[in-house]
Ligand binder design. Structure first.
Ligand code: HEM
Length: 428
């Protein structure tokens, strides 16, 4: 398998480091974890901050200090495994992706230095303040239209399908430059992708998702070609201009692959941020009333949501050389589960970590966007979308509340967390 393949199917499994506690039951797929990972993680953290999860074959880190150390050492703890399917993919789905023209490559999140630095330089330029400013009126307009639609349809409303899911998808598509006319297909191809890599999808679901991934890749290839011939004012055209200026520094395939990867990176996770945020703000006494009274509190409230109820509760690394961590000798090949959710609730850094507090002075010290060379490229865009959504809601629907008695259900997976449905109500 090529070293630069977008997905790799890993079968190697390195046993627990010598002397490291072994947990035989921990699994992010378990019912109790899916329901509330923070309760499970707190208990585990108390027993042993570092342990080997036998069922996963991963070393699990739960302390902020250890998670941050791993992020800081990309040449020892590589990100090569972050897009690999967590569970084996069925032969029929793998067959779909073996199509000769399905050839995206690892470009950012799972690429090592020095290639990563080269590509990051080009892509980072595209996430400039200018482009964020250009996108802001679009996000605001679409957010207002979606909120209006939800309001007009009347209470109660299901927020995920009404606002949280469509808004980030449309935002990332406009950012890339895809025309609005293609939104229906694009949404169909890019929804539920996380089930393929991080979930427990059935064979039929895997095949369906693989077919959509292939269709979406083909669309990206033809879109990049279109922009190559007719540039516009969008992120894709900027990358192509960089490619034209120095094809050795950014290849054409790299441009196609960045576009392909962004649709996932910028979509469902932001939907989860919007929904998680509303759940916490509306269920913690006084917090919604406070941001309605003073929308200036929204930026810190968004950071606190990212800390307290992150849409991404874990990420991965793999040791590429023998090393030491938290007092254990870690052999090369050890796969590591970085519990971002646990680190964000580490009492060594956050006072009363299990309290949701929009005034928390160090809320921004969370690690939900990672740290170091792979630090989330879209962090400003995600925060912008969340801020605009909250501004719109507090302005137009201050009487918003959660429909009482609902229980939230979450899609069982290794890494991401957001409710499948979120029912809201308000007074007319
Ligand atoms: C709340 C929303 C988001 C969260 C919590 C989040 C979280 C993360 C995390 C944890 C990483 C890995 C960092 C590491 O490995 O050190 C990452 C990387 C990345 N994110 Fe995000 N992300 C979010 C939104 C977005 C958006 C909106 C985009 C794009 C529009 C985006 C694009 C990326 C890219 C391209 C990378 C890889 C960067 C690299 O390897 O250099 N993310 N993100």
């Amino acid at each position: 398998m090529a070293d630069t393949a977008y997905h790799k199917f890993r079968t190697d499994r390195v046993p627990a480091p010598e002397g490291c506690p072994v947990d035989r039951v921990f699994s992010p797929f378990s019912e109790t974890y899916v329901k509330n990972p923070y309760v499970v993680l707190e208990k585990l953290r108390e027993q042993s901050a570092v342990f080997y999860a036998e069922e996963l074959g991963y070393l699990v880190l739960t302390r902020m200090e250890d998670v941050a150390e791993v992020f800081r050492k990309p040449d020892v703890f590589a990100s090569a495994n972050v897009q690999d399917p967590v569970l084996p993919i069925c032969a029929a789905a793998a067959e779909v992706l073996s199509a000769a023209d399905y050839n995206p490559i690892a470009v950012l999140s799972n690429r090592a230095r020095p290639d990563h630095s080269r590509m990051r330089k080009h892509t980072q330029a595209g996430f400039s303040s200018r482009r964020m400013q250009m996108l802001e009126p679009f996000i605001r307009r679409r957010c207002e239209a979606l909120v209006d639609g939800m309001q007009q349809a009347g209470a109660p409303a299901e927020f995920v399908s009404a606002v949280a899911h469509p808004l980030p998808g449309e935002t990332i598509f406009r950012f890339i430059g895809f025309p609005e006319a293609d939104d229906k297909d694009l949404k169909d191809w890019t929804t539920n992708r996380l089930a393929f890599t991080w979930g427990k999808a059935s064979d039929a679901e895997q095949i369906d998702i693989a077919q959509k991934m292939l269709a979406y890749w083909r669309y990206c290839v033809s879109f990049v070609k279109k922009r190559h011939l007719e540039p516009a004012d969008d992120f894709t055209s900027e990358l192509l201009a960089d490619h034209a200026a120095d094809p050795d520094d950014l290849s054409y395939r790299e441009v196609e692959s960045v576009i392909y990867g962004l649709s996932f990176a910028g979509h469902e996770i932001v939907s989860n941020l919007l929904s998680n945020g509303l759940i916490n703000l509306l269920s913690t006494p006084g917090q919604w009333a406070e941001i309605c009274k003073d929308p200036g509190l929204i930026p810190n409230a968004v950071e606190e949501v990212l800390r307290f109820n992150s849409p991404q509760t874990s990420w991965r690394r793999v040791a590429v050389k023998d090393t030491e961590l938290a007092g254990y000798k870690i052999p090369a090949g050890t796969q590591i589960f970085l519990s971002l959710g646990s680190a964000n609730h580490d009492a060594a850094l956050f006072d009363d970590p299990d309290v949701f507090d929009i005034h928390r002075a160090n809320a921004r010290a969370h690690i939900s966007f990672g740290r170091g060379i792979h630090f989330c490229l879209g962090n400003r865009l995600a925060i912008l979308e969340a801020s605009i959504t909250l501004q719109t809601l507090v302005e137009r629907m201050p009487s918003l509340s959660l429909v009482t008695g609902q229980t939230f259900s979450y899609f069982p997976n290794f890494t991401f967390r957001g409710p499948k449905e979120l029912w809201l109500t308000w007074s007319a």
